[in-house]
Design a protein around this ligand. Structure first.
Ligand code: FES
Length: 290
């Protein structure tokens, strides 16, 4: 998954969250403020008020008092006092039986969908971060052309072929040195060496300067502090702690060559000299000792 896919997923998540926020706000406009009564409630209140008005006693005060006095006389038919109030004790309702109101349902649905959107976005970002098969740029597998093209590139480059996207130099590895290479180099470099190539990381293992080729000496010579390496990147002089680092090379059945820049193989130790190549001419920089 590349950065474009992550951006598309992020935009999708943002659109979903925006739609949810819009729906939530639209729902709030129906309420018309906290404490507002629904039309059904207002109608019920009005009819109840009319009923109570209809029950207003139309008798005069004297008539009401006379009726009350008659009612107080013994045997006037008052109901005997009873301890039974006729009131049913209140028991709290079962929340499960009550169910979920419409507002609760919308709130819970909104929160759940927002959480799901954020979770999806986080998962996509995490997968994109860990995606192991990055291709096409430095840090992944960089195709650099066909075997024949690289051979001719080394010839026209006077012994050095530079692959800028891989940040690597590709040089020829002599076939008569392969037995020594099998002891000195890791197995990941052997497919390239057996095909006659070795790819060296341009970054100087001393302090990280870009190491240029020196056509006259046929070595690599770092202009920063004077470290020198032979044509296959083995250290020959200067302050560097080891030889130049390398990248594995891969070859397709059709002869396409790929540099695996996601795998940096540390350069060989000082003193390893599998090719025995000495300087073939004047140096480009003087070696310095630290
Ligand atoms: S960075 Fe290359 S010699 Fe110091």
């Amino acid at each position: 998954m590349n950065a474009t896919a992550v951006i598309i997923i992020a935009i999708g998540a943002a659109v979903v969250l925006g739609a949810l926020a819009f729906l939530t706000l639209a729902r709030r406009t129906d309420v018309r403020g906290a404490g507002a009564l629904s039309a059904e409630t207002v109608k019920r209140d009005t009819s109840a008020r009319r009923s109570s008005e209809a029950l207003v006693d139309a008798r005069s005060g004297a008539e009401v008092e006379a009726a009350a006095a008659a009612a107080r006389k013994p045997g006037a038919g008052l109901a005997p006092v009873s301890s039974d109030t006729g009131i049913t004790p209140w028991t709290p309702p079962d929340p499960e039986a009550l169910g979920v109101s419409r507002r609760q349902f919308f709130n819970r649905a909104t929160i759940s969908l927002m959480a799901a959107g954020l979770g999806t976005f986080s998962a996509a970002s995490f997968v994109a971060f860990l995606w192991p098969t990055k291709t096409g740029g430095f840090g992944g597998k960089v195709p650099i052309g066909r075997i024949d093209d690289i051979r001719s590139g080394i010839r026209t480059g006077n012994g050095f072929f530079y692959a800028p996207e891989a940040r690597a130099w590709v040089t020829e590895y002599p076939s008569d040195a392969i037995p020594k290479a099998e002891e000195a180099y890791g197995t990941s470099l052997m497919p390239g060496i057996e095909q006659g190539f070795i790819a060296s990381y341009q970054k100087c293992p001393h302090l990280g300067c870009r190491v240029p080729q020196c056509v006259s000496s046929q070595w690599f010579e770092c202009g920063c502090h004077g470290s020198q390496y032979n044509r296959v990147g083995e250290k020959k002089g200067g302050p560097a702690p080891r030889g130049m680092d390398h990248f594995p090379l891969e070859f397709s059945a059709a002869g396409e060559v790929t540099v695996d820049t996601g795998t940096i193989v540390q350069g060989v130790a000082i003193g390893v000299n599998t090719t025995g190549q000495e300087a073939e001419g004047p140096h480009c920089v003087g070696a310095a000792e630290h």
